[in-house]
Design a protein around this ligand. Structure first.
Ligand code: DQA
Length: 145
């Protein structure tokens, strides 16, 4: 089983970015946790981060035939991107949407997700642990479906 972890804009800044909201862990920490979680469950995981919407759209489009499922933290594009929503719907790979913070406790513009309706699940508010939980959930989903 091969999984793809995608992280969107500004997540490269984790560790120093608004630590009161996102904690002090780095993107490398999150990727390492996702990878070790996947490996413990007998899966492999590749990770890609981009600040550029089109690069994330391309990564999703190119995943078909290579990956069995996707975990994505679309970051700010969650709340704006029809293109990412269409990419997830179009590629047809089971996808879990992940957020470090609980967006429903934050500004109203973060309460809407363009991408969640085309994902199998949305997970948010668990900080770094979410990267392990999202992988566990996706692997369990893929084994059942
Ligand atoms: C985020 C939440 C988004 O609203 C925000 O734009 C991010 C990070 C999260 O992981 O909590 O960049 O996706």
């Amino acid at each position: 089983m091969k999984l793809l972890l995608l992280n969107g804009p500004n997540l490269r800044l984790l560790g120093t970015r608004e630590p009161d909201i996102y904690g002090s862990f780095t993107l490398d920490d999150a990727v390492a946790l996702a990878k070790t979680t996947a490996e413990k469950l007998g899966a492999s995981l590749d990770a890609f981060q981009s600040d550029i919407e089109g690069e994330l759209v391309s990564a999703i489009g190119q995943a078909r035939g290579i990956y069995d499922g996707i975990v994505i933290n679309p970051a700010a594009y969650t709340h704006t991107s029809v293109a990412l929503r269409d990419a997830i719907a179009g590629v047809g790979l089971p996808t879990v949407e992940l957020h470090i913070s609980n967006t429903h406790k934050r500004e109203a513009f973060r309460h809407v997700s363009y991408t969640a309706p085309v994902c199998v699940a949305q997970l948010q508010g668990f900080g770094l642990t979410g990267y392990a939980l999202a992988v566990e959930g996706l692997v369990a989903y893929l084994k059942q479906n």
